[in-house]
Design a protein around this ligand. Structure first.
Ligand SMILES: *Cc1c(COP(=O)(O)O)cnc(C)c1O
Length: 483
């Protein structure tokens, strides 16, 4: 299996790469995103075989179709080491919970939650990041190399990266975050890590300052090369690929036979999660609809309703109570558009490089391809607001005795607008309510449940370096801690 860039001219096959070559990379050199040159097809017999597998072995089967430069026995060991009951809390890893039985006399329309947030940081990013940590350690050891991951976070991504990389050989993490702006729970999660290879840098500024500093360091190519600076952002193909697995796992739990279809509703920000659903569907998994649920930052809902993709300025980006979906542009969206345009790299480049950079928007409403987003690829969308979140959290708690987080509430609210009789709807649970306690208290008047291993974490000793918004200071810190 080779990988190509979404901006590569279609006749140009020389630049295609293998999995381990793109594993440690971010964007392709031409600014595009990597995708496999074709989607492996999973036939009915294979699906039937996979139905009985454990999550780790299912992951191995899916990953094997995309990775041919790691020996099978090693890949299987990596999957089994990653997806354990000890790390993810249950033997199923991603158990389904039936939320409602909206059956009518003629058809069943069950609604399920698929639990993706029982990993170390209680958000779905662990599902991919835990695998990435083990893949990085394996590949770096094989090459005899080291990697220093530099990132900026306002919460979920940074902590998932730290918990994935803690104690790993050959990897250090330098994670910047805005000083005093994360919730006490999030700060405790990150800053209580005592591993020598994890470095928390609390910057006296806002998230954008952190991101700008990371960019400035990465743009210093000499420094970047000398100190082997890398990232783990959501455009990494390995993260997306790892997420494909739980669409299969959810499907098997909600159905008895491969003749059945299901739909998925996905709380969306950077389009990474739902793009994995798109890949699963392209592989032949019987998915009816992929429901893209956004919050007030409705860049994606606007596209799927109108065909216009319009990135927002920072002034138009809302700070909401589902903060992990607060995006101004959706960094993985280019992957889907590439497929939608018949994998035309030149046309994708024209939209994302030429048009978007100049005008901040492109318009496919008059392009015949746009109708295919729904008809051929199954995408529908919707939007949820703070009031919707509160109502959905309350309703779910009252009727089913289940507490859901704010992002999952967005997914459930929009899912209900797209139910098809006879087709189970699986809503991806992307975080646990404890991470967003303030809104839970607002909705329910009580504190969310806290998993036992997180009781009292706010009181643990903290390991964090506070610094000014100063690129030189970040570089000096990295230099000092790379010995
Ligand atoms: C990151 C995140 C999302 C958004 O996922 P994308 O892959 O960026 O679309 C949704 N919910 C939670 C809790 C997250 O952490």
């Amino acid at each position: 299996m080779k990988y190509l860039s979404t901006r590569a001219p279609s006749e140009d096959t020389a630049d295609r790469k293998r999995f381990c070559e793109i594993l440690l990379e971010g964007l392709a050199p031409d600014g595009g995103l990597y995708l496999p040159e074709s989607y492996p097809q999973v036939d009915a017999a294979t699906l039937a075989q996979w139905r009985g597998l454990s999550y780790a072995d299912l992951a191995f089967e899916v990953l094997s179709l995309y990775i041919d430069d790691i020996p099978a026995a090693d890949l299987k060991a990596i999957c089994r080491k990653t997806y354990t009951e000890e790390v993810f809390g249950t033997a199923e890893i991603v158990p389904l919970k039936k939320l409602q039985d909206a059956s009518t006399s003629s058809a069943r329309t069950d609604v399920y939650l698929e639990a993706l947030s029982n990993g170390p940081t209680l958000a779905f990013k662990d599902m991919a990041m835990q695998l990435l940590g083990n893949l990085f350690e394996y590949e770096l050891a094989r090459r005899g190399e080291e990697l220093n991951i530099l990132g900026a976070t306002s919460g979920d991504t940074g902590s998932a990266a730290e918990y994935a990389m803690r104690g790993k050989q050959g990897v250090r993490v330098f994670m910047t975050s805005p000083f005093g702006r994360m919730s006490p729970f999030q700060q405790a999660q990150m800053f209580s890590l005592q591993d020598a290879n994890i470095h928390n840098l609390a910057v006296k500024g806002v998230f954008d300052d952190c991101q700008d500093m990371v960019k400035a360091v990465s743009n210093d190519l000499t420094f970047k090369r000398q100190y082997k600076i890398g990232t783990v952002n959501s455009i990494n193909w390995a993260r997306l690929m790892a997420q494909v697995v739980y669409y299969f796992a959810g499907y098997f739990q909600a159905t008895q036979t491969n003749a059945e279809k299901v739909s998925f509703s996905v709380p969306s920000g950077n389009f990474g999660n739902v793009c994995a659903g798109h890949v699963a569907r392209m592989m032949g998994l019987p998915i009816d609809h992929l429901v893209v649920a956004t919050n007030e930052n409705d860049v994606l809902d606007e596209f799927f309703r109108t065909g216009v993709y319009r990135v927002r300025g920072s002034a138009d980006t809302h700070e909401t109570s589902s903060p992990s979906m607060d995006i101004s542009k959706a960094s993985n969206f280019e992957r889907f558009v590439f497929d939608l345009l018949g994998r035309d790299g030149e046309k994708t480049r024209a939209l994302f490089h030429d048009q978007l950079n100049v005008t901040g928007r492109f318009d496919l409403s008059a392009d015949p391809a746009f109708a295919q987003a729904a008809q051929r690829y199954g995408f529908v969308s919707g939007k949820s607001t703070h009031a919707d979140r509160l109502a959905t959290i309350r309703d779910t708690h009252q009727r089913f005795g289940v507490m859901i987080d704010t992002h999952t509430a967005d997914g459930l609210k929009v899912a209900r607008e797209h139910l098809t009789p006879g087709v189970p709807m699986i809503v991806l649970e992307t975080a646990l309510p404890i991470k967003f306690a303030e809104t839970i208290v607002e909705a329910l008047g009580c504190e969310p449940d806290r998993p036992a291993k997180f009781i009292g974490i706010e009181a643990l000793p903290k390991r964090v370096q506070v610094m000014d918004v100063d690129v030189q200071a970040v570089k000096a810190y990295i230099t000092q801690h790379c010995a």
